[in-house]
Design a protein around this ligand. Structure first.
Ligand code: MN
Length: 698
């Protein structure tokens, strides 16, 4: 029973974890998945349990184990996230939510989009623990891929190789990386996999005695010199890396590949001391012939993903004197890190999302600390307990925290000050977690190809999804107009409304990272000139202009005239006459009738903005952002701000009675007023998308 195995492993490997809490998450997940089956026909609960067993080697905290057990609950059952939050707290819920977000991302088909996929994965993985759960989840899914319908296997294997194995590699989690790679190899190149597997088995069989002899010889040699290794082991390269090497060398012959296996010497940990590693190296170099250019000191200079070991290659260990043997020397800790990455010793003491401490909270904390310091200055007796509370907050038991807080309150420190310290402390990270953050940043940096180590590597980009779950990259600030035209010019041209995560949004809505966008189209739909000002991308603007360019000149002039007249009416200016006399000295230059027509055509085409023409005609005119001028009978006490439409009376809709701070949206009615609805109002579904405008509370 995998569950019994999990519990036994928790007890053996992680006695610090609360088994009863692990059990509770298991029971909850089991009940939720009751009756569901995997493709294999097994009860569904086996999957999260097996994933949790894999996860355990990554040294997870309790919240991560619980979230792993619960990771498919919200996705596959009726249980809402709020229920998980209620039962297991917000930390577990946010991890589950993170998994949910990743679950909706499916790899796009075009190969050039793979890099984008990776970026999205990283951009969304705000918390490194979500990446760990995802890797465990994926590894178990790959282990059981033979039960999945055949037509799905290749896509899943390709995705696992391109994304999950690559990420495991970059995080230095070699154990998960190599198992994933070999499983992917098996499904992506079944024949090559089978053939190589056979060859390697043969080779292993032939060289078994040789390898055993090498291991024994090395152990004896070290013991002779007073170095007692924890373990000397031999290890084969995994199949996928041999396959890649053979492809690189363009050979079918296993004998052409050197270093098929390596001997590993694992020595005791001596704190920060590493001199015994070099001592062992010296002994080995004294007994065998080192190949000069093959020595690598990853202890002094670790690999960017944190990998540490001494690597050397020697001649004279093999019965064939020309055959080289690779030897890796490392401590137990280095070995654990090499298998499981830095995660293996990451302290999860406090479950904190990556990201910085919020500056306001930091200021509040500083102010509170000043008050506490002043108190300690007055009452030196309090210094002991107070400094413990301040300096080591995360390490105190809840009882001790409560005790100190009670004393401080009795001495006039307010609860809000205590909270300020507590919240800010809760956001601060242990040192190792900062290392992990750096590693994640480095990982994101690789995905970005610019080597940057900033956490926010995509300050100017957002990633949204199509209904087919393809990733679309857009500049920050992009609107549904940009999205629609990027998907397809015709989708843009025929757009009638846009939805973000299933909710109707105005066309000037700023798209958010990770949102799924849906564009409603109509066959006789056509773009509006107003969209040009909404588009953030030049390609969308060009496409809209193009559409209008294709219209004939006459209608463009008429459209430009109507557009300008509408604007003039808004600002209570006289309208254009038949000769367009208003434009006769436009921008200080005499314009004949043809010039005036051309200007209107430009307006109609969208190459000239109506706002600019009005400003040129009437310098100093007001901006388009206005305060609400009129309220309905049940007017709210707050004011609403709308953008993008001429001055129209604004009323709060009676159907949904919006009140601050509910998110709101405006709708331009046929009676020329702007009606404010709640964003969630059910009436919105039946309305025309083009008439929506942004609105917010002031
Ligand atoms: Mn899963």
């Amino acid at each position: 029973m995998p569950y019994k195995d999990l519990i036994a492993e928790v007890r053996a490997q992680r006695p610090d974890l609360n088994v009863a809490e692990v059990e509770r998450a298991y029971e909850f997940a089991k009940a939720a998945h009751e009756g569901q089956k995997r493709y294999s026909g097994e009860p569904y609960i086996i999957h999260p349990v097996e994933a949790a067993r894999i996860l355990l080697s990554l040294n997870p905290d309790l919240a991560t184990v619980q979230a792993c057990l619960l990771h498919d609950v919200t996705e596959d059952t009726d249980v809402p996230l709020s229920k998980i939050e209620q039962e297991f707290g917000s930390e577990v819920a946010s991890l589950v939510e993170g998994m949910e977000k990743l679950a909706i991302v499916k790899m796009p088909n075009q190969s050039q989009k793979e890099e984008q996929w990776k970026k999205m994965f990283l951009a969304m993985a705000e918390d490194i623990r979500i990446v760990f759960i995802k890797l465990s989840d994926r590894l178990h899914n790959m282990r059981t891929l033979q039960h999945v319908p055949e037509e799905k296997r290749e896509r899943i294997a390709r995705e696992s190789l391109m994304v999950h194995a690559a990420i495991a590699s970059r995080l230095g989690i070699y154990k998960i990386k190599s198992e994933l790679e070999d499983l992917c190899f098996r499904y992506l190149h079944a024949e090559a996999h089978a053939e190589l597997n056979k060859k390697l088995d043969q080779y292993k069989h032939e060289s078994e005695t040789q390898m055993e002899a090498a291991v024994a010889a090395l152990r004896d040699l070290l013991m002779e010199h007073g170095i007692v290794p924890v373990e000397v082991q031999s290890r084969f390269k995994h199949l996928w890396s041999i396959h890649k090497k053979m492809e690189e060398k363009d050979t079918e012959n296993l004998d052409d590949i050197h270093d098929l296996f390596a001997v590993r010497v694992i020595l005791r940990d001596k704190g920060d001391e590493v001199s015994h590693l070099y001592a062992a190296l010296g002994v080995i170099h004294g007994a065998y012939i080192p190949m000069q250019d093959r020595f690598k000191d990853y202890v002094a200079v670790p690999k960017p993903n944190g990998y540490r070991s001494l690597h050397t290659t020697v001649l004279g260990m093999d019965k064939d004197p020309d055959e080289a043997t690779e030897i890796q020397i490392r401590t137990e800790t280095m070995h654990k890190e090499a298998e499981m990455g830095l995660a293996s010793h990451w302290s999860y003491k406090e479950g904190v999302k990556s990201g910085h401490v919020d500056p306001k909270r930091h200021r509040d904390m500083e102010a509170a600390l000043k008050k506490i310091q002043a108190l300690v200055d007055r009452e030196p007796d309090l210094a002991g307990i107070t400094s413990d509370w301040v300096e080591r907050y995360q390490h105190l038991s809840p009882e001790d925290r409560a005790k100190v807080e009670k004393v401080l309150r009795e001495h006039g420190i307010e609860q809000s000050d205590l909270d300020a310290v507590r919240v800010a402390r809760g956001q601060e990270k242990p040192r190792l977690q900062q290392n992990m953050d750096r590693q994640l940043a480095w990982l994101r940096g690789l995905a970005e190809h610019d080597g940057s180590t900033e956490i926010d590597l995509f300050p100017n980009k957002i990633f949204v999804l199509t209904p087919q779950r393809e990733v679309i990259e857009l500049p920050k600030g992009a609107t549904p107009v940009d999205f629609a035209y990027l998907v397809h010019t015709e989708v843009g041209n025929k757009m009638v409304h846009a939805k973000a995560n299933g909710r109707i949004v105005p066309l000037d809505y700023e798209l958010q990272n990770g949102e799924m966008m849906e564009i409603g189209t109509r066959n006789n739909g056509k773009p509006s000139r107003y969209w040009i000002s909404l588009a953030k991308t030049s390609s969308a603007r060009a496409k809209i202009r193009n559409w209008f360019n294709r219209q004939d000149k006459e209608s463009n002039v008429a459209a430009g005239r109507a557009l300008l007249n509408k604007e003039l009416e808004t600002y209570e200016k006289p309208l254009l006459d038949d000769k367009y006399s208003l434009l006769k000295d436009y921008a200080g230059k005499p314009r004949d009738f043809k010039d005036r027509e051309q200007l209107l055509e430009g307006l109609g085409l969208g190459s000239v903005s109506v706002a600019q023409v009005v400003k040129t005609l009437f310098p100093g005119i007001r901006t388009r952002e206005r305060r609400v001028v009129e309220m309905s009978a049940e007017a709210a006490t707050e004011e609403v701000l709308v953008t993008g439409e001429p001055d129209l009376p604004v009323v709060l809709s009676a159907c949904c009675k919006p009140r601050p701070p509910m998110p709101i949206i405006g709708y331009v009615t046929r009676g020329r007023s702007i009606r404010i609805h709640r964003e969630s109002c059910s009436e919105l579904a039946g309305l025309e998308g083009e008439r929506f405008v942004s609105a917010r509370w002031r």
